[in-house]
Design a protein around this ligand. Structure first.
Ligand SMILES: NC(=O)c1ccc[n+]([C@@H]2O[C@H](COP(=O)([O-])OP(=O)(O)OC[C@H]3O[C@@H](n4cnc5c(N)ncnc54)[C@H](OP(=O)(O)O)[C@@H]3O)[C@@H](O)[C@H]2O)c1
Length: 286
């Protein structure tokens, strides 16, 4: 994508009343760009932005990302209001901490509805326009836990791993249309992510996973002490889009980089360990 320089770029950002999404909206408005900010509560978003931010180029929309019609209407309103769309940021997401067997059916569906179905709804609505104009940038906010999985985070990882697969395929599909795709993989960032307002827990737990309970307690304790600065995180995302330079996956944070490095080494060792056994299932060469 060639980032527009002769007019304000138009951004569509999901999950904006808190955290990284809120910092993105704030910095984009300060740049003079135009932003559609979707949220479950426009009141909370506007209160969080406060009086110090010029909202003339803000279109705040209350959207249930799980609802395809609502998402399509939000993208339509964006192009009607601002005359186009350049950048889509699928940012909305939340954590969920439980052992696999403690994770309820409704909890699984809710997570995948937000982190996979919701993203797909946004893409289905936005891609035809980006494809027709042969320009655009899709940013999908994943996590380093979209690359590596740890005990107690299975459901969150399932959603983010799905987002990674979707994004990698999408990047290859739309490159010829001039559409860029970036997957953002933060480590721990000092947002509301680990507060009880954002983090979900299972309805019931069992006594069989004391290590998971301990991990949950440690993470609630970590709130406010995370390594990553969301102001810098939002700036890094904007910079990646504006310059158009960088790889498909943008890790954010030295913790994320260390986890990803360990995962790549373990995966390489795993792939190497099957080098002799994998070909055994081939049909004989004819
Ligand atoms: N902070 C971290 O440590 C960290 C690490 C790796 C990845 N991430 C990812 O970064 C993204 C932003 O998270 P954050 O750190 O900024 O956390 P946050 O402060 O809790 O903000 C999350 C945002 O996502 C939206 N959201 C949360 N639950 C939702 C739901 N059930 N349905 C729809 N929207 C929902 C909220 O939007 P509204 O309330 O405005 O609707 C909120 O603004 C997420 O995708 C998260 O998975 C965060």
């Amino acid at each position: 994508m060639t980032y527009p320089t002769d007019r304000p770029a138009v951004w569509f950002v999901t999950g904006t009343s808190r955290g990284l999404g809120l910092d993105l909206v704030r910095q984009l408005l300060e740049r003079g760009d135009a932003v559609t900010a979707t949220t479950r509560s426009t009141g909370r978003l506007l209160a969080a932005l406060g009086d110090g931010v010029d909202t003339a180029r803000l279109l705040p929309l209350s959207v249930d990302l799980r609802d395809e019609e609502q998402v399509a209407a939000a993208v339509r309103k964006t192009t009607e209001h601002f005359g186009g769309l350049d950048v889509v940021v699928n940012n909305a997401g939340y954590g969920y901490l439980a052992a696999v067997e403690e994770t309820g059916d409704r909890d699984v569906r809710d997570m995948l509805d937000v982190q996979v179905v919701g993203v797909w709804n946004v893409l289905r609505a936005a891609l035809p326009g980006l494809r027709a104009q042969r320009s655009g940038h899709v940013v999908n906010v994943s996590s380093v836990l979209g690359l590596t999985a740890v005990p107690g985070w299975a459901l969150y990882c399932a959603g983010k791993f799905a987002l990674e697969g979707l994004s990698e395929a999408l990047a290859a599909e739309v490159a010829d249309f001039g559409i860029d795709v970036t997957v953002v993989e933060p480590g721990y960032f000092r947002t509301d992510f680990l507060t009880r307002d954002s983090l979900a827990l299972p309805e019931t737990t069992t006594e069989h996973y004391p290590a998971v309970r301990e991990m949950v307690a440690q993470h609630l304790e970590l709130q406010g002490k995370q390594l990553g600065d969301p102001v810098k995180g939002a700036a890094a995302v904007i910079d990646r889009v504006v310059t158009g330079e960088g790889p498909l996956r943008q890790l954010l944070g030295s913790d994320a980089h260390a986890y990803a490095t360990a995962k790549v080494r373990a995966l390489t060792a795993n792939v190497d360990a099957t080098a002799a056994t994998a070909p055994a299932t081939d049909h004989p060469a004819t």
